[in-house]
Design a protein around this ligand. Structure first.
Ligand code: WTA
Length: 635
């Protein structure tokens, strides 16, 4: 019998040891007993981090949607798979059963096929949090097409670069989206993007807000009439274990986003197994992850992980502040949510509004609370514990990355004693280590270093779409034979891990990964700008906010600085999206540089964080004189 569901701490340690000593035997048992295979594997694992190459369950045949949907039809056909909670609380929630989901996915899959989409083709999905988002992604998986979901807050330029990078043949979007009191013209953004994309042959449009939109003939089509006429059954494409499932973009330290490629079997096994244990999901529970499916958390823990376990998973279209700051708690109360999973930035924003919004609602059904995406500070942790969980629902601080596919470090609720701000212990099968600045692994406890993983786990991304060299350089070159996360971490006296933050040029703002390079590239497009550098600085709600140092081409530039700030943020919004806007922009006469011309962000980070008296030796800089001036004018 495999240990699919871990129930106490001793069992965790015992299963963990097994998973590390004999990973192949361990994962084979999990895979064998809890999933539906058309053919079993020939080999559980082959790997080589120097290439790098990782293969799990080679030779196996399956379709992930059979695991997420079909196999539940016999036992859970009438069980709700997805609860759709609309932006507007006056609009009725939808309950989609497993049987209905099967029909909807099959219809959508047949529409894709009729439009000429085949196994291996890339389909870009640019949709708000409406059921069609989950349905269309599953429809892609049903026929073996590779979905590339782009978060619907990205701008047309960002969308275009992602569509082109993956040479998508089709885009699926909607006539618009609701976001609190606002509507957003998604199809207009797609229209603009497609001016720059030659690869796209067709666009399917979901009707959501009944807006007047221009359909481009021979390219755009309403999807509903096609769905109405489509067959309700669709034979799944039988996939190899290592066939591609999806691409999901994440920021990196150069301008180009990285299309992380995930494959089928390993991703399925790991996301399902982590979901079951990290949330201790039981048959009658209603689970809610408030992330957007446009991020990895939504892929793995709204759709694939929960559905693979036959769970009921909520999709929420709106925002935590609409119609008021009690909306999250209203939803928990209304749908009797058992597990609630959100981001620290949301907790901080809601904590600021006072406990009266929470107190009004009955939250007694909550058994597990989760956080993800950025470090959670102690204050927010306690607020969540005291006011939402009433100290009865353990908090799982889950650490992982787009590249990882599934949760890597986490307590298991009711199993691992929690500790505020600590992601605590590695999940089963995960072998973390900390490296010092000389590239030597730190042994023992009470150490701090760079977080790496020593051994492959089933859902590790297999490559960067179209750029395997970059995959190798970014993740497997810093330390020999190890996957490097880009995060710093410490290990306390009992072996618990705490993430200390990124150690590269990625800044996490409100839980969103932002690379400094693409933002700087955008700013530098402003005709008055000579140079710029972005750093993060602590922010009460966002965790980090962005601070821009900008040098103008003409010194003594007489233009109005406030206008320039607005124009700079406008360019960033157009090129990337509003999430990357700068909170502060300081105009400088120069940027501190090393003798080889590299911008010294460390110094800029300290100044922005109001720690400018503590810069250490700056005499080796090429231009130490600019530092005083920057300090004197800090915002
Ligand atoms: C950060 C999000 C601290 C980390 C699932 C990582 C965290 C990056 C945590 C990945 C956490 C994620 N505590 N930091 N519990 N979870 N991070 O790819 O810096 O959007 O490298 O995946 O978020 O962000 P991504």
């Amino acid at each position: 019998m495999s240990n699919y569901h871990i129930k106490h701490l001793e069992e965790y340690y015992q299963v963990y040891r097994k998973s590390v000593r004999n990973p192949e035997v361990f994962w084979e048992e999990i895979a064998e007993e809890h999933f539906m295979w058309r053919k079993k594997w020939d080999k559980v694992l082959s790997w080589d981090f120097t290439k790098p190459e990782v293969k799990w369950f080679e030779g196996a045949k399956l379709n992930i949607t059979e695991n997420c949907i079909d196999r539940h039809l016999y036992t859970r056909g009438d069980k709700t798979a997805i609860i759709f909670e609309p932006n507007n609380p006056e609009e009725e929630a939808q309950h989609i059963s497993y049987r209905e989901l099967h029909e909807k996915v099959c219809r959508f899959a047949n529409v894709l096929k009729a439009k000429g989409i085949q196994k291996g083709d890339r389909v870009c999905i640019y949709l708000p949090m409406i059921p069609e988002l989950a349905i269309s992604m599953l429809a892609c998986a049903r026929i073996g097409a590779i979905h590339s979901i782009v978060f619907a807050g990205f701008s047309s330029t960002a969308l275009a670069s992602r569509i082109n990078d993956a040479t998508c043949k089709m885009v699926i979007t909607s006539d618009g989206s609701y976001r609190g009191a606002k509507t957003i013209d998604l199809q207009g953004i797609v229209d603009d993007a497609l001016e720059k994309c030659e690869c796209v042959e067709s666009v399917l449009v979901v009707k959501r807000i009944n807006s007047e939109i221009r359909m481009k003939e021979d390219r755009d089509e309403w999807v509903q009439p096609l769905l109405d006429n489509a067959n309700t059954d669709c034979e799944p494409e039988i996939m190899d274990a290592e066939d591609s499932l999806f691409i999901l973009y994440t920021s990196g330290s150069t301008g180009k986003p990285k299309g992380m490629l995930h494959t089928t079997a390993g991703y399925m096994v790991y996301t399902a197994y982590t979901f079951k244990n990290v949330f201790q999901y039981r048959e009658k529970d209603v689970y809610w992850c408030s992330a957007d499916i446009g991020w990895i958390t939504g892929h793995s823990y709204i759709v694939y992980g929960p559905l693979c376990n036959g769970a009921t998973s909520i999709m929420f279209e709106g925002v935590p502040s609409y119609p008021d700051f009690g909306r999250f708690w209203d939803i928990v109360d209304k749908h009797k949510v058992s597990q609630f999973y959100t981001a620290p930035t949301a907790i901080r924003a809601l904590a600021k509004e006072g406990v009266e919004h929470v107190a009004k609602h009955d939250l007694s059904t909550l058994k597990v609370l989760g956080t993800v995406g950025e470090p959670i500070n102690e204050e927010a942790w306690h607020w969540y514990d005291d006011n939402v969980g009433k100290r009865k629902a353990p908090i799982v601080d889950t650490y992982f990355q787009t590249e990882n596919g599934g949760i890597m470090l986490t307590p298991i609720p009711y199993v691992t004693p929690t500790k505020p701000t600590y992601a605590t212990l590695p999940f089963i099968g995960i072998q973390p280590c900390l490296m010092d600045e000389n590239g030597v692994e730190l042994n023992g406890n009470q150490v701090e270093g760079k977080l790496c993983i020593k051994f492959p786990w089933p859902s590790i991304a297999r490559t960067i779409w179209g750029d395997h060299q970059r995959y190798k350089d970014t993740y497997f070159s810093a330390y020999e034979n190890k996957y490097f996360t880009g995060d710093g971490a410490l290990r306390d006296e009992v072996g618990y891990y705490r993430i200390t933050g990124r150690v590269d040029d990625v800044i996490i703002v409100s839980g969103h990964n932002l690379g400094t390079a693409p933002i700087e590239d955008a700013i530098n497009e402003h005709p008055a700008v000579a140079e710029s550098a972005i750093v993060g600085f602590p922010h009460d709600i966002k965790g980090n906010a962005l601070y821009g140092y900008v040098t103008l081409k003409e010194t003594g530039e007489s233009r109005n600085h406030d206008n320039l700030r607005k124009e700079i943020n406008q360019i960033i919004t157009e090129q990337i999206g509003p999430i990357a806007k700068l909170d502060k922009v300081q105009f400088t006469n120069g940027l501190p540089k090393t003798r080889s011309g590299k911008i010294m962000r460390r110094i800029l980070r300290k100044i922005a964080g109001k720690d400018g008296d503590n810069l250490g030796d700056i005499s080796t800089l090429l231009n130490p004189e600019v530092v005083q001036d920057i300090k004197d004018n800090v915002l």
